[in-house]
Ligand binder design. Structure first.
Ligand SMILES: [Zn+2]
Length: 317
């Protein structure tokens, strides 16, 4: 959907299924805010985001007034990184949990490393595919003396199932609707986060997330990143992706503007083919100390980018 489509709404109530999707809508709404000549926010352009989410018997609701209150990205480092996003080296060499064994087999399938399944797209609802993965994962777990690989767990890891409980969903959606009503009628709202815990009892608490002055989305200040001039672009990308402050997925990077504009890495088939040769080059060859790197990523809406200032950790010789 084009940006104009989002502009038509007075508020957005989101019940999304991933942090990625939340970050995307958060950055989209922040990018729609314009500023008056004196630098203050043009309130007409602020579209509040009411975000709800549940996981089993837990839930949360949050209200964001883009560019006024803290946004989802301000507190990104507090989000857990995806619990099923394991390091490949752990999966390959030091599996410790049954999930590691399942994720390893799944990874090898998607990388076409099994002759019998070469070119076959995994169908998560096909019992033949799932049984095959379950059995291989079980064998691998036995080799490493890890217990607990079951067919059910295999389904859980492969499909990434988080249980949804209708009662929790009803409670959180009621809170979101209540916030929408408060905003629409009285201009008041939750400040700015509420957690609901329905597991051991029925607990709620609220607290206010502060504005992060280095928030990549709403502060729009360039962030400094340490760069070792001898590391390759690939190493740098891997490091930035794992950096809790950014949590990127498939970043594209460029430097310079106008005539000096250069793409360091572009994602997507065509882009990657054109820039792939940079991956093995050293950062010292590609950028210089103090240079700005512009980063875009699928978790950020189109038109939203991060600015990273290169800070060489030791002089390039
Ligand atoms: Zn922010």
């Amino acid at each position: 959907m084009p940006r104009e489509w989002y502009q038509q709404f007075h508020m957005v109530i989101a019940g999304l299924d991933s942090i990625k999707a939340r970050r995307w809508i958060n950055s989209m709404l922040a990018s729609l805010v314009s500023f008056n000549e004196d630098g203050t926010v043009d309130m007409e352009t602020v579209i509040p985001l009411i975000d709800g989410g549940t996981e089993g018997l837990q839930g949360q609701a949050r209200v964001v007034l883009p560019r006024i209150t803290s946004c989802l990205e301000c507190s990104l480092s507090l989000y857990p990184t995806d619990p099923l996003n394991f390091q490949l080296c752990t999966l390959a060499h030091t599996p410790r949990q049954p999930e590691h064994c399942i994720a390893y087999i799944l990874h090898k399938w998607t990388e076409n490393e099994y002759d019998e399944w070469k070119g076959v797209k995994l169908d998560k609802d096909d019992p033949v595919h799932m049984t095959w993965i379950y059995e291989r994962a079980k064998e691998r777990a036995e080799q490493f003396r890890i217990a607990g690989v079951t067919f059910k767990l295999t389904q859980g890891v492969v499909k990434r199932i988080i249980p949804a409980i209708a009662a929790t969903n009803a409670i959180i959606s009621a809170i979101c609707c209540n916030e929408a009503l408060k905003l629409a009628t009285h201009g008041i709202h939750l400040k700015n986060y509420m957690a609901y815990a329905g597991g051991a009892g029925v607990y709620t608490n609220t607290f206010e997330y502060g504005i992060n002055p280095e928030c990549p989305v709403c502060a729009s200040v360039p962030l400094s990143v340490d760069v070792d001039p001898s590391e390759t672009l690939q190493d740098f990308i891997d490091r930035v992706r794992q950096d809790n402050r950014f949590q990127l997925t498939l970043p594209s990077m460029s430097v310079g503007t106008g005539d000096s504009f250069r793409n360091l890495i572009l994602q997507g088939k065509v882009g990657l083919a054109a820039t792939q040769q940079n991956l093995s080059k050293s950062m010292g060859e590609l950028v210089s100390d103090g240079m700005d790197i512009t980063v875009t990523d699928p978790v950020l809406a189109a038109g939203v980018s991060l600015q990273l200032i290169v800070k060489f950790t030791h002089p390039h010789s």
